[in-house]
Write a protein that binds this ligand. Sequence first.
Ligand code: PGA
Ligand code: ZN
Length: 426
Amino acid sequence: AISRVHARQILDSRGNPSVEVDVELADGSRGRAAVPSGASTGANEAVELRDGDPRRFHGKGVGQAVAHVNGEIATAVTGLDAEDQATVDATMIELDGTKDKGRLGANAILGVSLATVKAAAEAHRQPLFRYVGGVGARLLPVPMMNIVNGGAHADNPLDFQEFMIAPVGATSFFEAVRMGSEVFHTLRRSLAEAGHNVNVGDEGGFAPAFTTADEALDFVLLAIEQSGYRAGADFAICLDPASSEFFTDGHYAYAGEGLTRTSDEHIDYLLDLARRYPIASIEDPMAEDDFTGWKRLTAEAGDRLQLVGDDVFCTDADRLLDGIEGGYANAILVKVNQIGTLTETIRTVETAHKAGYRVVMSHRSGETEDTTIADLAVGLGCGQIKTGSLSRSDRTAKYNQLIRIEEELGGSSEFDGRGVVRGDHL
Ligand code: PGA
Ligand code: ZN
């Protein structure tokens, strides 16, 4: 049973405060979890409670969320069985009493939820992925590595937020990391040679002053080929334009390019990119409230492109069911802090799998050294993970944990790049 719950404020990768929770069980087992934070958040995400006191952390303190954990939440969950995750999570949801977890804060609730499962895994003397996934857990996720950053994650004019490479030709997770790292360093050299700045953005990818997607994609393709790999066979390209960020008044406003596209023109532009480059997956191709656009794009290209819903679903199983029924997207991004508990996250993943939607476990642009999502990706059999570039410890911590998991699984581990990420170029 849970005997002690304690939260504190720590710093995330952007230097902003975040919630970290320790849960201790009566047998002495412990779990610790830190909560991530997004920059290009969806409108329907669970609420991240921030203090708003301008004298502390520029208003971004999470002292209230921490106080809620150490007060009300600790009182409510102490004595509960840590193995009964559903009851622990339901207790917090009920205690909060709002639909969006805005009273106690999703950051408070998620910290306790994840620290609880980690303590329970320790009590069972099992690695987290094994405790969550059981004996069947053995599929390592295909990583989407974000090597060029734009949008809200970088101080450059690039309209699209993420240009990712997925090493679909790799034979193991470790080989995927090696291949990605090689391309990352080749890209650095070729950007530097072309006179571009090689500083990195929030997710560890380069953030040169590109203005168009073509520029970024040309450099990425060149880096793949200069590293001795075949674009489209060894690596697939994956995009996250994060389209909600530049959708205003019913139009897609490309500030970097200095032009505006209607929903239809935006779709045609994306499909043209997918014809000219070996793109297998596009996340948030359409804005979170452009449902007409989502349906049109899915009907037109859903059979050959992976279309991943991030902002449009917000890791919410009910919103996902709307998409499944309404015929939009064919995959979902899963961010634990968008929904706020492990139990709800599991329900969302199961709902997706049942409907044949692919699942991409995901970090946030503001991260910590916490690696829980690496274990969840394997435990829940997600098949894909998005956790940034091949630099910055907040990103590589997750890759490194997956390397350890693969090693621990030994011969029983599976990695299936082309089986998981499909596109008509591959
Ligand atoms: P965020 O971005 O964590 O800043 O929301 C990630 C994404 O859009 O996928
Ligand atoms: Zn996204």
